[in-house]
Design a protein. Structure first.
Length: 252
């Protein structure tokens, strides 16, 4: 569609590397989306914000704008922050048709990336290694449900029974408490597996905790985050196309 626009809404970070990683991932997706008008914006910290991103697309001639949340799971940003921004934009640009897409959600191909991250540590043994799957966390109950589904899928793919789930914020059990409990009770190696898309302050905080436990004689390895992977780029491309063709339509 000639006047179709796509706005990618990423989280934003104080860490320049995180913003760069997000931009690179989105840019790879953009190359596979057959739409001329595409822009990137951020929920917080980085610029442009959602309002500015929408304004750029309108100025470039977009009459239909698909808003794509560059998020792993549905939580507060998806249900509250982004919709509020779209409603405000609709008031400013009533002539524009806005559609709203979905986060990546729970997908087998994303679990396959987790399998790769576990294997990459070089210490995995399905009979003895403890795996701690770490989600960002939110106040939305879907977050706990989704992370537990991911853990179940990962357990099946790795054929192990030693996967525990924890969260960095808002949900229980917490990352700090769970990691400490495992380290105190288990003598086997521990793989800390972050379910995070990009690097950032949370990864740095997790690394600090892991390093501290290793200094006490534990064997804990922090696996890599999901990062820029062909599976995740393709998943984002599909979410963009869905947002264009069948996303939620904001009429008022």
């Amino acid at each position: 569609m000639k006047n179709q626009g796509v706005l990618y809404v990423s989280h934003g970070s104080r860490i320049a590397q995180a913003t760069a990683e997000a931009s690179e991932c989105i840019q790879q997706a953009q190359q596979q989306v057959d739409v001329r008008l595409q822009e990137i914006c951020y929920l917080e910290i980085a610029k442009p914000d959602i309002a500015e991103g929408i304004e750029r697309l309108v100025r470039r001639g977009a009459s239909h704008i698909a808003i794509v949340p560059v998020l792993l799971l549905s939580a507060g940003h998806y249900y509250e922050d982004i919709p509020k921004a779209i409603v405000q934009a609709k008031k400013r640009f009533p002539q524009i048709i806005f559609t709203y897409g979905k986060p990546l959600g729970v997908q087998d191909r994303l679990v396959d990336i987790l399998v790769e991250r576990v294997i990459e540590t070089g210490i995995f043994n399905n009979l003895s290694t403890n795996i701690l799957l770490v989600g960002r966390g939110s106040r939305n109950p879907e977050t706990i449900h989704d992370i537990n589904r991911i853990a179940e899928k990962l357990q099946n793919k790795l054929q192990t029974h030693s996967i525990k789930v924890c969260f960095l914020a808002a949900c229980k059990p917490s990352f700090d408490d769970t990691l400490k409990q495992i380290a105190e009770k288990e003598h086997a190696p521990i793989i800390v597996l972050p379910y995070l898309w990009f690097t950032g302050l949370l990864i740095k905080s997790m690394k600090k905790k892991v390093d501290s436990l290793n200094q006490e004689g534990n064997h804990v390895v922090l696996a890599d985050y999901l990062g820029l992977h062909p599976h995740i780029v393709q998943a984002l491309v599909e979410r963009v196309n869905e947002a264009i063709t069948s996303g939620f339509i904001y009429n008022d």
